[in-house]
Design a protein around this ligand. Structure first.
Ligand code: NAD
Length: 260
């Protein structure tokens, strides 16, 4: 369904972003794979997997806290793959600590990556979408954009902010063929969540299984992780023509997390 489109998925060398890149590639889109560090054997392998699906794919490295470098990167992607039709703002950072001890530098970094980077990439990519007469902007927020969570002040604040940005952009573009929506996953077992399971296991001296049940038990009524493939299929739907009138939505996929 996405044949001939160009998709840029930020933070797509692991976790949810990689699953979205694979899904959109299987749907026929060319992929701008993105990570924070220089190309290496791992990124070569990922690119080969995407290219094996029969689509063009290239890797782009950029530390997203460098906001002023985002528009030049979008221009490079446009020159090498074609202008971005499907922008997936997926890259994100987590840091779990009380607001009383939260390092200000960490707060600033999370604001830059989780919230300002999507602003910059939208500003860089939307004009070509409008000129072409088709576009999809998908922001990977979180249930932490809908409800508060203790000890995650920057994460909760930036994800709430990202949903606000989503609504504002969606309204501004409401009469155009460009949509903007947010996805709000609950717990998904990715490197980001594995780090939280490991920290819980260390803190409370638990085995890995007990630590992951404890994590789910407190928040996710289904008691099951959302899978990266499930999140990717939602992104693929939001990128489809049938989703043309889904606008400004914050769509949760969270095992019931936000219903409680
Ligand atoms: P992940 O750690 O595998 O992915 C995060 C990606 O963002 C990585 O590829 C990382 O390289 C990239 N990134 C982080 N900081 C960056 C920076 N400064 N510059 C460039 N790239 C940077 O974890 P994930 O769970 O797949 O997270 C993907 C998105 O999903 C994030 O926005 C996260 O907040 C969101 N999310 C995850 C969950 C979950 O349970 N895993 C739940 C809700 C939302």
């Amino acid at each position: 369904p996405h044949t001939g489109r160009v998709a840029w998925v930020t933070g797509s060398t692991s976790g949810i972003g990689w699953a979205i890149a694979q899904q959109l590639a299987s749907d026929g889109a060319a992929i701008a794979l993105h990570g924070r560090s220089a190309a290496d054997e791992k990124t070569d392998t990922l690119l080969a997997e995407l290219q094996a699906l029969g689509v063009p794919a290239r890797y782009y490295a950029l530390e997203l806290s460098q906001g002023e470098a985002i528009a030049p990167l979008a221009a490079r992607i446009a020159a090498e793959l074609g202008s971005v039709d499907i922008l997936v703002n997926n890259a994100g950072m987590q840091h779990v600590e009380s607001v009383l001890q939260f390092p200000p530098a960490q707060w600033n970094a999370m604001l830059a990556v989780n919230l300002s980077a999507p602003f910059h990439s939208i500003q860089a990519c939307a004009p070509a979408m409008l000129a072409k007469g088709w576009g999809r902007i998908i922001n990977v927020a979180s249930v932490s954009g809908l409800v508060g969570v203790a000890r995650k002040p920057a994460y909760v604040a930036t994800k709430h902010g990202l949903i606000g940005l989503t609504k504002s952009v969606a309204l501004e573009l409401a009469t155009t063929p460009v949509t903007c929506n947010a996805i709000c996953p609950g717990w998904v077992l990715t490197p980001m969540v594995q780090a939280q399971i490991d920290a819980l296991a260390r803190r409370e001296v638990l085995d890995a299984d007990t630590a992951s049940s404890r994590l789910l038990g407190t928040k996710q009524p289904s008691q099951a992780f959302v899978t990266v493939e499930q999140v990717a299929s939602l992104a693929s739907y939001l990128a489809s023509d049938n989703a043309a009138q889904v606008r400004g939505a914050h769509w949760n996929m969270d095992g019931g997390f936000a219903a409680a």
